[in-house]
Design a protein around this ligand. Structure first.
Ligand code: FES
Ligand code: FE2
Length: 394
């Protein structure tokens, strides 16, 4: 009855949605099973090791299709900028004077210098190229060419503005379409997942700290580790396996995107409690895969955003950024430092290190395929969805 008069919300996710997920999970526990896909999925090793496969992915997913470049909180104030790249295309997003985000190719129109180095920063009103000092405003227009003695006066508009890139901010996320083209429809991209993301209010989250690393493994192998908890008891025996369940797991598809959960053993205590007391968020991690290469991982008191950036078929840069709902004060900082260290220890030292060994083994060519079981349905969805976007079959 209390639900009738209380708003059906709690920090993070609507309480009725949490209860629905808990109900699904506890039914699986009672049936001594986990969510199962229709059939196992055999994946060709070439998916992970073929340069031709990466070339196709680069073309379709990392250049033509919009990619998540940062969160709104990374460019919160006018003049805040974030420079990154997608499959080699250097990108610059900045919060412009009118409060909206603008996106450009991060290449000076004079002689091609990156306008700003990769990373985040802030400018008051203008960017200054480090090579000869051309000056650009926050709309990407050239507003100064110091010491040039009129040397560029006869040039047309093309050299007077940065190349614009379709850029759109929604649900606390910033997307860019690296190769240019149509305006971005974020809701069409997220296929319904935006409503859930809004419940968390990620748009007002604050960046706490980042961890950048590079791994000798195909980018999809690294993503795979987030898409099943089947490996938890074996691979994470000396870390999170003490607290996390291997099963049940359940996922929800949103087009090529998906929601997945890694659940703590404390979830099982809810079986002895009335539904009116059920909550999901204190009992695990909720992961949203934003296809193709970003994962928003929400855990109790923080959000970790992973982006997997292929450098070569066997080399991947991973950006992991920890965000908090409030700016952490001095007293909170050590806690969130430990949170980031745990991500490094579990994802880095265990998951990604494991996947480097797998990549090396698969690259030998000694086996032709690997298989995801029916008990790994989120991973199956991910691989099928990516093949669909490529117009091929997994
Ligand atoms: S390359 Fe930027 S000012 Fe010359
Ligand atoms: Fe793992």
């Amino acid at each position: 009855m209390l639900d009738c008069i209380m708003p059906l919300r709690s920090a993070g996710m609507r309480i009725d949605r949490q209860r629905e997920i808990v109900r699904t999970l506890l039914e699986l526990v009672d049936a001594d099973t986990t969510q199962l896909a229709d059939a196992p999925l055999v994946v060709e090793v070439d998916d992970y090791t073929s340069p031709a496969m990466l070339a196709a992915e680069t073309d379709v997913w990392f250049r033509d299709r919009p990619v998540l470049v940062c969160l709104s909180g990374d460019v919160a104030e006018v003049g805040d900028y974030c420079a990154s790249d997608s499959a080699g295309i250097p990108l610059l997003v900045v919060r412009a004077a009118d409060g909206s985000v603008r996106g450009f190719v991060n290449i000076c129109r004079h002689r091609g210098s990156p306008l700003v180095p990769q990373g985040r920063g802030h400018v008051a009103r203008t960017f200054h190229c480090g090579f000869h000092g051309w000056v650009y405003d926050l709309d990407g227009e050239v507003v100064g060419r110091p010491h040039s003695h009129g040397g560029f006066d006869t040039l047309g508009a093309a050299q007077s503005t940065l190349v614009r890139v379709p850029t759109r901010e929604a649900h606390g996320l910033v997307f860019m379409r690296p190769r240019g083209g149509d305006a971005i429809d974020v809701d069409a991209l997220l296929c319904g997942m935006g409503e859930e993301l809004d419940e968390f209010g990620f748009g007002s989250y604050h960046r706490f700290a980042a961890w950048d690393s590079e791994w000798a493994a195909n980018w999809k192998l690294l993503v795979d580790t987030f898409l099943e908890t089947y490996h938890v008891p074996a691979l994470h025996a000396d870390t999170v396996a003490r607290h996390f369940l291997a099963e049940p797991s359940a996922f929800a598809p949103f087009g090529p995107n998906l929601r997945f959960h890694s659940l703590q053993k404390s979830l099982l205590t809810l079986r002895d409690r009335p539904e009116s007391e059920w909550t999901l968020l204190p009992h695990g991690t909720v992961e949203y895969v934003v296809a193709p290469n970003a994962i928003l991982s929400y855990s109790v008191d923080h959000l970790a955003v992973y982006r997997f950036l292929p450098r070569a078929v066997d080399r991947t840069r991973v950006e992991c950024v920890v965000y908090t709902s409030d700016p952490p004060d001095e007293a909170d900082a050590p806690h969130f430092e430990r949170t980031l260290a745990l991500h490094q220890r579990v994802s880095g030292d265990q998951d990604f290190t494991q996947q480097e060994a797998i990549h090396a083994a698969l690259a030998s060519g000694a086996v032709g395929e690997v298989v995801f079981g029916r008990n790994e349905p989120a991973a199956i969805h991910f691989h099928r969805a990516l093949h669909e976007l490529l117009g091929s079959e997994a």
